[in-house]
Design a protein around this ligand. Structure first.
Ligand code: NZQ
Ligand code: ZN
Length: 382
């Protein structure tokens, strides 16, 4: 196991009716409530939040897009500065949470705020924020990262700092009943792949991390296959919600090598063609597994045995079956697994690998994926 230092300060408030606890959790009077395109007004979450915040001075900023846009966030930053907002409350999925995290950092930042994303500029302060999660998927409710897009340059970039850990996150599984099937499936696939990208590298004998990761993958796989048929089942929703949070709250990634290459390439696919985040991953991950088979086959075989129950096969055979099992799982959730199904052809691949050159990335646990290797991997996705 590799060395690590770990702290996760996010208070989780989990369960039915927990939004009512909000007034005990928000530490300041002047609050900006941030939300997306209106789902919270249709499913009653907006009403619950307003009722819980009676007596607070509440401002609102709605209209955060899926894959939140830099310019929209900067409009909110203007409001935050003008009204001297003290606390930010994100009410939504990963996009709303990430946008709120960026606002928190950008409103205290001196200089060009795009540098936070493109140049990794140092963040010295951020406003405090809290979260009411409505879509289990990204883990953003319990981590220190955010992903922001800029449409005009077709960029999608992330940044990280402990200063944007939420102070608290309220997770009520009942608010997920209103999710459309497509977003439920996206959440299942995204959270499953978060675990894979921290688990599927090379073994370093990290028994706690591997065991937790395998448990999370099993839960997400088993409950994911049930949820679309039983959308109103509280236990399925609760298990998926808590699993998705644990999939990317830094816990399973301590002391182990990680491989975020599918995510990095996926961001380019969203930025260029507008594909949903999870959809990009469902296409790219099986190709990364196939291309990197020799370096990943030990963990692929172990994943096959512990997640999919392949116990009778040779290591090689088990590892290959695991790749097919992942693809089948993504298809069962209703996602596509090839670029051609999305109308994307070979001539478009250069645009997808360009950010790797621009940012000077060497992706993967062995840092051996440059733009040429990425191109070869994407060829397998066609
Ligand atoms: O905008 P509204 O009207 O709220 O509708 C949203 C949106 O259209 C809807 N929705 C959310 N909760 C709902 C609901 N509809 C009905 N009932 C509910 N309870 O779902 C749609 C998608 O929401 P979005 O927040 O975009 O989805 P998700 O949570 O999957 O977030 C995706 C974003 O997070 C980033 C992705 O790249 C993408 O930009 N990620 C963030 C990460 C992080 N911060 O750690 C890690 C991830 O890997 C990911 O990259
Ligand atoms: Zn993701």
């Amino acid at each position: 196991m590799n060395n690590f230092e770990f702290a996760n300060p996010v208070r989780i408030v989990f369960g039915k009716g927990m939004i009512a606890r909000l007034s005990n959790l928000v530490p300041a009077n002047k609050v900006l409530m941030v939300y997306g395109g209106g789902s919270i007004k249709r499913n009653g979450v907006y009403k619950q939040v307003k009722a819980a915040l009676q007596g607070f001075d509440v401002y609102e900023f709605g209209g955060i897009e899926a894959n939140p846009q830099y310019h929209t966030c900067m409009k909110a930053v203007e409001l935050i500065k003008k009204e001297k907002i003290q606390f930010l409350l994100a009410v939504g999925g990963g996009s709303v949470i990430d946008a709120t995290k960026f606002m928190a950092a950008a409103s205290c930042f001196k200089g060009d705020t795009w540098d936070i994303l493109e140049k990794g500029a140092e963040i010295k302060a951020a406003l405090p924020l809290g979260v009411i999660l409505t879509l289990p998927a990204t883990g953003s409710e319990m981590n220190e990262r955010a992903v922001i897009s800029k449409a005009e340059t077709r960029q999608k970039l992330n940044f990280m700092t402990p200063l944007i850990f939420p102070k608290f996150s309220i997770l009520d599984p009942e608010v997920t009943y209103s999710l459309p099937a497509r977003q439920v499936a996206n959440g299942v696939v995204d959270s499953f792949i978060h675990v894979v990208e921290q688990y599927l590298t090379y073994p370093v004998n990290a028994k706690v991390q591997d065991g937790f990761a395998e448990c999370l993958m099993r839960v997400i796989y088993e409950e994911g296959l049930k949820v679309l048929k039983h959308p109103q089942d509280y236990d399925i929703r609760a298990n998926l919600m808590w699993a998705a949070t644990n999939a990317l709250n830094l816990w399973i990634g301590q002391g182990v090598p990680q491989d975020w290459s599918s995510h990095r390439m996926g961001y380019a696919l969203t930025a260029q063609f507008g594909l949903d985040h999870a959809q990009t991953l469902a296409i790219i991950l099986p190709a990364v597994m196939t291309y990197m088979f020799e370096t990943k086959k030990d963990k692929l075989a172990r994943m096959g045995a512990t997640v999919f129950g392949f116990t009778q096969d040779s290591k090689e055979e088990c590892a290959r079956k695991t790749i097919e099992a992942c693809k089948t799982f993504f298809k069962q959730m209703g996602l596509k697994t090839q670029l051609s199904e999305c109308g994307i052809t070979e001539k478009e691949l250069d645009a997808l690998t360009a950010p790797i050159d621009k940012m000077g990335w060497h992706l993967g646990e062995h840092h051996n994926i440059d733009s040429n290797v990425a191109h070869d991997i994407l060829m397998l996705c066609l």
